[in-house]
Structures are given as structure tokens and as C-alpha cells.
Design a protein around this ligand. Structure first.
Ligand SMILES: O=C(O)CCC(=O)C(=O)O
Ligand SMILES: [Fe+2]
Length: 305
């Protein structure tokens, strides 16, 4: 049976004119409550299927050590938790990215869960622009459009204590030359003086462009976490924008678990093509009967006339 993919988002994923204007002028926006709390609560729990929970860390020095690096509380798609997989590939994400990138065909090229724990690692960063690790070219096209967008899906409420991302408006960011991509506070105090904290309720999404200065801030307090889903999405034609090769996922059982119940739209967002129907027999023996396979095969047969 086909999943109902349209009713998942809490609010319509159609961005307002003012959100799109803010995206253009500021270079980043927060879309509040894009996902309902019921889904977010489930996804947030699923994080502990593959990353240590705060109570495990408290009683196990080895686990604590394992997540003591800034980036060590991360795991890459496909996730053990299926709700996390579906959030990363949700039509609402695809729709928001299409509107921001002004294109109809988008591809998810980075999806990671990221748990941060207060008192365990140092997370504070200096202001930087992400284009440098996503593209060998520039962050924006000559007409001002972006080819890729970074996102954080908030899996819990993010307030000042949770170490929110601090971002600078494009008005300030654009005063700086493209290189270097990173500035310390001594080198560029205006970036730090003008930063805004991306706070918001669980289920919100922060979207930011590759030319915008931003940085992680420190978690403050005891037993505070910040759980999020870090995504990056690009115009499917921008083959020069990348983060990591996706092919290795074929070895992972999490991939098969996700594919078995994925929708056509979710697979498209991951860069899969309708041409897959040509592998029908092999796919059938690998994954069993899946709704998306049938849909794609009948589309293919129709196209063939
Ligand atoms: O975690 C954050 O809030 C931002 C992290 C970041 O900007 C990065 O690692 O490039
Ligand atoms: Fe960054």
C-alpha cells in the first residue's frame, strides 16, 4: 500500500513570500514546526539506537570517550531508525529545498544524525562558510541562486543552552572576501557581534546557504543534549557539489530496511532514477516486493508505450 506522504508535515511546506525574501536577503531561515512533535519524538529516541545516550555515557567511560570529539556524536544515513530515514527524505524537505534552490529536481547528498552532550566535548566553532567543503567552485551562481542548501532538523527544542547554530546575515557575510572561508573573532569581530542564534522548537528546520557565515556554539548546563539531523541538498545537476560517496551504503542492512518501505519520492531525493525498473527481477530478489518498485515499473512500461 502506498504511504500517505502528503499529510506528514504539520504546516504546509509552501514557504511564504516573506520567508523566501528573508532567505534571499539574509541567506538563512528557520521554518518553525515543519514536522509534528509525534514524529520528532520518535526520531529523537531512535538516535540512541546508534549513539550512546546521556545515561549510558554517565556510567561508561569508554562510551564517553567515544563521543568526546566535536564530530564524534555523528552517524551517517542510512540510520538504524526508520523514522529518522523518513524524516531525512521527507517530501517536505524536498519541497523546501526546491523552493530555496529554485529548481524542481533536488538530491539529498548529506544526511547525518548528530548528538551533542554538555560537558563531554567542546563544540564551539569559529565563523566559517560551508561552501568550502561542499563544492570546488563558488557558493552562488552569477544570478545569486544557490546550488545547495544545508539544513538542521531540530529533534529537540533548541534554546541558548543547547548550543544553537549562530548565523550572520548575508548583508554582513558578503562584506568579506570568499577566501579564507573561516575567520576568528580577532580577525573579524563584526561577524561575532552580529550573529543571531538559531533557536526554535523541536520539529523546526534551519536552512542556510553556503556563503553564509555560521558557527556552532557551546552547550551549557548539566545533562543537556542537542539532537539534530544534518542534511545537505543540491540541484541534482550540480555534480560538482558533494559531501561523501553514497555507494557504500549498499552493504548496510539499514539501507535495505529503508528501501523496502521507501516511496518513489524518497528514492528520487536520494538520486535514484526511474530507470531502476530495468533491474526489476534483481531488485525483487534482493528486497522483495516493494511499493516503489511496482510504481516505477508501471511508469517505465507506460513510457515505453
Ligand atoms: O552544529 C552546528 O550548529 C554547526 C556546525 C557547523 O557549522 C559545521 O560543522 O560546519
Ligand atoms: Fe558549518
Amino acid at each position: 500500500m502506498d504511504k500517505d506522504i502528503t499529510s506528514k508535515a504539520d504546516v504546509p511546506s509552501q514557504l511564504s513570500i516573506s520567508q523566501l525574501e528573508t532567505w534571499k536577503s539574509q541567506g538563512w531561515i528557520i521554518i518553525e514546526n515543519l514536522f509534528p512533535l509525534s514524529r520528532i519524538a520518535c526520531a529523537a529516541e531512535e538516535i540512541w539506537l546508534e549513539l550512546p545516550s546521556p545515561s549510558q555515557i554517565a556510567s561508561n567511560d569508554h562510551l564517553r570517550e567515544k563521543v568526546s570529539g566535536e564530530f564524534s556524536g555523528m552517524a551517517t544515513f542510512p540510520f538504524k531508525g526508520l523514522e529518522l530515514c523518513h524524516l531525512a527524505t521527507d517530501p517536505a524537505i524536498m519541497s523546501v529545498a526546491s523552493q530555496l534552490l529554485e529548481t524542481t529536481a533536488v538530491q539529498l547528498y548529506q544526511a547525518q544524525i548528530w548528538a551533542k552532550y554538555s560537558g563531554v566535548a567542546r563544540y564551539e566553532q569559529t565563523h566559517h562558510r560551508d561552501y568550502a567543503k561542499n563544492t570546488a567552485f563558488g557558493p552562488r551562481l552569477a544570478d545569486g541562486r544557490c546550488e545547495f542548501v544545508g539544513m538542521f532538523v531540530f529533534l529537540e527544542d533548541v534554546c541558548q543552552a543547547n548550543g544553537p547554530t549562530a548565523l550572520v546575515s548575508r548583508e554582513i557575510s558578503s562584506r568579506y572576501p570568499l577566501e579564507p572561508a573561516r575567520f576568528s573573532c580577532d580577525e573579524a569581530p563584526a561577524l561575532y557581534d552580529n550573529e543571531v542564534l538559531a533557536v526554535g522548537p523541536a520539529g523546526s528546520v534551519l536552512a542556510f546557504a553556503g556563503d553564509v557565515f555560521h558557527r556552532a556554539t557551546e552547550l551549557v548546563g548539566i545533562h543537556i543534549t542537542r539532537r539534530s539531523l544534518k542534511l545537505a541538498i543540491k540541484d541534482i545537476q550540480a555534480t560538482w557539489v558533494t559531501y561523501y560517496p553514497g555507494l557504500r551504503v549498499g552493504h548496510e542492512p539499514e539501507w535495505s530496511n529503508f528501501v523496502r518501505e521507501a516511496s518513489v519520492d524518497e528514492l528520487k531525493l536520494l538520486g535514484m532514477h526511474r530507470k531502476l525498473y530495468e533491474y526489476y527481477d534483481e531488485l525483487l530478489s534482493r528486497y522483495g516486493v516493494c511499493a516503489w518498485m511496482e510504481t516505477w515499473r508501471s511508469d517505465g512500461n507506460e513510457q515505453q508505450g
